[in-house]
Write a new protein. Structure first.
Length: 233
């Protein structure tokens, strides 16, 4: 179910009911507030939630729109385990190879990089490579940090979240975005430690930040500020 509301400050609000939703959720996409609730949810409760989060929503809506980076032969992208190399070849289709620290993506000679279908193809190939490498690299690093600082967790999953670098559930399941591989190594560790600290402190209380300072050499707030300068895939 979907319905639209108009708000003088927030503009269009799209209210959705989802069978997969377990909580009330808000996000901003293309200048529209999308509010999702479970099938048995209360619409008035959702609207109250929107009013409660109005200041944060207004901040999101006021941010300048950033167009996705155009992927082409001139793109310079360094991930944790590879450098991106896009080039034209005599092949009829696209070809990807990950070897010796490079992700080689070959494109047909007549490729028009400005076309959206081409960008979608290149993003899909890049995402596949990042997912492969994230599954290979991130779980062992998380395990190492957990053992080093005495944390425990139940499992780790890799996803392609566009809004979060990571998350930790109440059952101590840690979810990590494949976009982490686009961060410098010290910020990757910061995110992993952030989620490990959530296995003990589920909110962002003073105790949480005190714990973060213990495992980051009193640099938690500085690293948090630095992370804000990066965006997901």
């Amino acid at each position: 179910m979907e319905k639209k509301l108009q708000d003088k400050q927030l503009g269009t609000i799209l209210i959705r009911t989802s069978s997969r939703a377990r909580h009330y959720n808000l996000r901003v996409k293309d200048g529209i507030v999308i509010a999702t609730m479970p099938e048995q949810g209360d619409e008035q409760k959702l609207i109250s939630f929107i009013h409660e989060k109005r200041p944060q929503l207004l901040r999101f809506l006021s941010r300048p729109s950033i167009a996705p980076q155009l992927l082409n032969e001139e793109t310079e992208l360094q991930a944790t385990t590879f450098k991106l190399h896009i080039f034209r070849s005599d092949r009829a289709g696209y070809y990807m190879k990950l070897a010796d620290g490079f992700l080689h993506i070959a494109c047909p000679q007549q490729t028009r990089f400005e076309e959206e279908k081409v960008q979608a193809t290149l993003r899909d190939l890049l995402e596949r490579a990042l997912r492969h490498e994230a599954r290979r690299v991130l779980p062992p690093r998380l395990k190492t940090l957990a053992e080093q600082y005495g944390f425990t967790y139940t499992s780790v999953k890799i996803n392609n979240s566009k809004t979060r670098w990571g998350s930790c559930s109440g059952k101590k399941t840690i979810n990590l975005s494949l976009s982490l591989l686009l961060l410098p190594p010290h910020l990757v560790d910061y995110v992993l430690l952030h989620e490990l600290c959530h296995t003990l402190e589920m909110n962002h209380s003073e105790r949480f930040w005190s714990l973060m300072d213990q495992v980051t050499g009193n640099r938690a707030k500085a690293l948090r500020k630095e992370l804000k300068g990066y965006s997901t895939l």
